[in-house]
Design a protein around this ligand. Structure first.
Ligand code: BGC
Length: 340
């Protein structure tokens, strides 16, 4: 009997050690995003998949909408809980820097995802190169409006997050060679990732500038918000929307032609790679994890230009894909395509 018990215990230990494909000891990492939105649901999908693949625990949190204080409090709770690593998308890099420093001083590695805080003590950044992606959006707008240009409005969800600021800086450079494009919203219309507010701001802009020719939507919230307001005003095709992201809602509006083109980020990859990198830092040490990263510690997850059928040929010079070509590309990259 005793022998049987012992062999059972051995068998159990063996199972525990070898069944989980990932790390032997339970690693717990936390990921903090910026708002409740399908974009962040895609990040969460990547987070969950990586946790499953690696056999680690990953907790995901987003505030209702842009909320710097909520990010700070949640990060403080994660530090107090003693999580092993944190990935955060700081809504304000300056405001989050002291909390990032606190985590690091307690031996909790911190990385940023989606939007960076390069002046903080964060170890690495995983996400879009936002300046280049913004510049690409500007070139797309310029190409679509042609030499006649026209008035363009800009809507964003944040005037502090670095990804928003970098995209707008890039956009300005992207349209620079077309002197007939005039940006009329200075500063950009800001909704703090509140969808209702985002739509209202576009409605107001359409009234203020009846001859508006283009709208640049900086965040995932802004493109669909603009498209909705433009549809209601009966101005589809008259005011062209160039925006960011490829949620199911974006893809539907692109198919309708209400969004002319969008810069598709890879939020699933941002989530997946964040958990992967943090887990490696915890299991093998920060130096070993860094040895696998580029020297600047920036992991560029890449972007794609996706255009509505009516505009895709005009945008081939910028390597635009049609909706179907984009779908194939995502599948090839191992990114799940859901809802469109
Ligand atoms: C941005 C995120 C933002 C999201 C939702 C994305 O384009 O990268 O920072 O939270 O849009 O609006």
């Amino acid at each position: 009997m005793r022998k049987l018990k012992l062999s059972l215990i051995f068998a159990l230990c063996f199972l525990i050690l070898f069944v989980s494909a990932g790390y032997a000891e339970e690693i717990h990492v936390a990921v903090i995003g910026k708002s409740v939105h399908p974009y962040w649901a895609e990040v969460e999908l990547g987070v969950k998949k990586a946790a499953e693949d690696l056999g680690v625990k990953a907790t995901f949190f987003v505030p209702q909408k842009e909320d710097i204080q909520a990010q700070i409090s949640q990060m403080e709770s994660f530090i107090a809980m003693g999580v092993d690593g944190i990935a955060i998308a700081p809504s304000d890099p300056t405001a989050l820097a002291p909390t990032i420093a606190t985590a690091m001083s307690k031996g909790i590695p911190v990385i940023t995802l989606d939007t960076d805080a390069p002046e903080s003590e964060r170890i690495a950044y995983i996400g879009t190169d936002n300046y280049s992606a913004g510049k690409l959006a500007g070139q797309v707008m310029s190409q679509l409006l042609g030499p006649e240009g026209g008035k363009v409005a800009i809507g964003t969800g944040s005037l502090t997050a670095m990804n928003s600021l970098e995209r707008m800086r890039g956009f300005t450079d992207g349209i620079a060679d077309n002197e007939n494009i005039v940006v009329v919203t200075k500063p950009a219309l800001c909704d703090f990732e509140d969808t209702g507010r985002a739509v209202t701001l576009v409605e107001q802009a359409l009234l203020t500038y009846p001859d508006l020719k283009g709208f640049f939507g900086v965040y995932a919230i802004n493109g669909p918000a603009a498209a909705k307001a433009i549809k209601t005003a009966g101005k589809v095709g008259e005011v062209l929307v160039v925006c960011f992201d490829t949620t199911a809602e974006h893809m539907q509006l692109i198919k309708e032609g209400a969004i002319a083109a969008t810069i598709g980020q890879r939020p699933y990859m941002m989530g997946y790679k964040s958990v992967e990198l943090l887990s490696k830092m915890v299991a093998d040490g920060v130096d070993a994890a860094l040895a696998e990263l580029p020297e600047d510690r920036i992991v560029d997850t890449g972007v794609d230009v996706v255009a509505a059928d009516a505009y895709v040929e005009t945008l081939r010079v910028l390597e635009a894909d049609s909706v179907e070509e984009y779908r194939e590309k995502l599948i090839g990259l191992g990114i799940p395509v859901e809802g469109w």
